[in-house]
Design a protein around this ligand. Structure first.
Ligand SMILES: [Zn+2]
Length: 146
């Protein structure tokens, strides 16, 4: 019930996370997060891990969310390990709001190489893509500096 109260009306990912949208098959699901294949994959393995509560984007995260973010990472790593039989290099992180299809915190988990066009490949460069480990470090630093 908690998830529904915290969901944001009209947000497609809140609909998916609360199970109201039946077309999305979860590859992982628990009380805090769920994961599903990206409908427009940019690489051989490409899935999203999203928070069940509506968080607009990574800029809205505070030190209170470090545990959630670390949980998202743990799930992302576990699912990547399972899917990535070829042991390809992987990437995990976030795109800024302006480059996201949906503004609800979701972590991109991919194997490399990317298979999208060069324009989309730019999204995954360090200029735009925020690596999830760097994000956790930044949040931890920000609470020491308070
Ligand atoms: Zn949402």
């Amino acid at each position: 019930m908690d998830t529904i109260q915290k969901s944001f009306l009209g947000c497609p990912y809140c609909n998916i996370a609360s199970g109201k949208e039946n077309d999305t098959v979860f590859i992982y699901d628990d009380a805090q997060v769920c994961a599903f294949q990206d409908p427009n994959p940019d690489s051989e393995t490409h899935f999203l891990v999203l928070s069940k509560v509506h968080i607009h984007d990574y800029n809205s995260l505070t030190e209170k969310d470090i545990a959630l973010l670390e949980h998202m990472q743990a799930i992302g790593n576990k699912l990547l390990d399972q899917a990535n039989q070829k042991k390809l290099p992987t990437k995990m992180g976030f795109l800024p709001t302006s480059f996201s299809r949906v503004n609800h915190l979701h972590m991109q988990c991919l194997t490399l190489p990317l298979k999208c066009n060069w324009m989309r490949k730019l999204l995954y460069t360090p200029f735009i893509f925020f690596d999830s480990h760097d994000l956790v470090e930044e949040l931890k630093e920000s609470c020491y500096n308070l």
